[in-house]
Design a protein around this ligand. Structure first.
Ligand SMILES: Nc1ncnc2c1ncn2[C@@H]1O[C@H](COP(=O)(O)OP(=O)(O)OP(=O)(O)O)[C@@H](O)[C@H]1O
Ligand SMILES: [Mg+2]
Length: 364
């Protein structure tokens, strides 16, 4: 599961990537600095892991991770191949969620490809290219399906109707995620197409240092504009945070953040947002050797969660012993939770809850 960073050239995508990941991407003040995508594995900050660490005192702690991809900037005409557009759009198609970076700072020294700062116009430019790319895929499919529908194939006729709705919506400038369709239509026909504008999106407003805490007028404009998109908007002083990341010690970084008026880096909020956007959640294992966060899809059952550790755990699953995170913290240890009768034994049907502390019983 990975989230891709998209936006116009030179808006701060690679700088953002560098705030998040230890893999250093080249960032510089000219458009199309990035050509090949940069891929980074990013730890998901989670204070629950720190609390469990305090209680269990393990040899090591392993956080959950999420993959972030820094993609080349898109320009107007990308869907027609402008600025290596097709290649870049291909990179975006391979991701599961989109972090859309919008330039929300004034600075005459940083070039804007369209000559002025206007995040709403920029957003529309990017959306339009992504929609045009999807339209191309939909039209191709529609051609095929129409032929099958003519022969009287009922399934093809249903699909034709859905594809026609997609085509009309995209032509009117609506992203696939916002086109009105039933759940069944989405699951059966739309999801398998992996369209770019069907992926969940979060808007990341790149602001300057002065707006790090409160945001600014650009951010407000963005929030207003996307209010009915059911998408999250966050703002982040990307340039400043990249400078903070460069500092050697935790104390230095913390001091810099406090000076700015922040209790944690905005990048932490962003990573947690990306994790949610990907529809992921966490369960824990907590032993003296290792306290660890494991990543599952929302709605995963106990055997599926066990399968994340090892496929044998899933195949030979017998039962799970589960402690709610809050119980673990309240009673302070596994033994005390057991004493209090708060440990549950769950079977194959159990849907894991975010924060569960689990043990699996299995045979191989
Ligand atoms: N909030 C900010 N304030 C001022 N300058 C910034 C800010 N964010 C990024 N920059 C600067 O903008 C320039 C472009 O940044 P970056 O290389 O990250 O852009 P990009 O979106 O990755 O571009 P490309 O699409 O060309 O790869 C860099 O010089 C960076 O330092
Ligand atoms: Mg870049």
């Amino acid at each position: 599961m990975k989230a891709g960073i998209v936006g116009l050239p030179n808006v701060g995508k690679s700088t953002l990537f560098n705030c998040l990941s230890n893999a250093k991407a080249q960032s510089a003040n000219f458009p199309f600095c990035t050509i090949e995508p940069n891929i980074g594995v990013v730890n998901v900050p989670d204070t629950r892991l720190e609390k469990l660490e305090e209680l269990v005192n393990p040899e090591r702690v392993i956080p959950a991770t999420v993959e972030i991809v820094d993609i080349a900037g898109l320009v107007k005409g990308a869907s027609k191949g402008e600025g290596l557009g097709n290649q870049f759009l291909g990179n975006i198609r391979e991701t599961d969620a989109i972090l859309h970076v919008l330039r929300c700072f004034d600075n005459d020294n940083v070039v804007h490809v369209d000559g002025s700062v206007d995040p709403i116009r920029d957003k529309e430019t990017i959306d339009m290219e992504l929609q045009l790319k999807d339209l191309e895929s939909v039209e191709k499919k529609l051609d095929k399906v129409k032929r099958a529908a003519k022969t009287g194939n009922k399934e093809a006729q249903k699909e034709e109707a859905v594809l026609t709705k997609l085509k009309n919506g995209l032509e009117a400038g609506t992203s696939v995620r916002a086109i009105e369709l039933s759940d069944d239509e989405r699951i059966e026909f739309v999801k398998p197409m992996q369209l770019i504008t069907d992926k969940p999106v979060m808007y990341v407003c790149n602001v300057d240092e002065a707006a790090a805490v409160e945001g600014n007028a650009y951010v407000e404009k963005v929030k207003e504009t996307v209010a009915n998109e059911n998408a999250e908007v966050i703002f982040l002083a990307v340039g400043t945070e990249a400078d903070i990341t460069e500092l050697e010690t935790y104390e230095e970084r913390q001091m810099f953040l406090e000076d700015l008026g922040l209790s944690e880096p905005g990048s932490a909020k962003l990573i947690r947002g990306a994790y949610k956007l990907l529809d992921l959640e966490t369960y824990f294992t907590a032993g003296v050797k290792e306290v660890r966060a494991w990543t599952i899809h929302v709605g995963a059952t106990a055997p599926q969660a066990a399968g994340v550790i090892h496929t044998d755990f899933e195949k030979g699953f017998i039962r799970a012993e589960v402690i709610s995170y809050n119980d673990y913290i309240q009673y302070g240890s596994e033994a005390k939770v057991k004493e209090a009768g708060r440990m549950r034994v769950e079977g194959k049907e159990y849907v894991v809850k975010d924060g569960d502390v689990m043990h699996f019983r299995f045979n191989v």
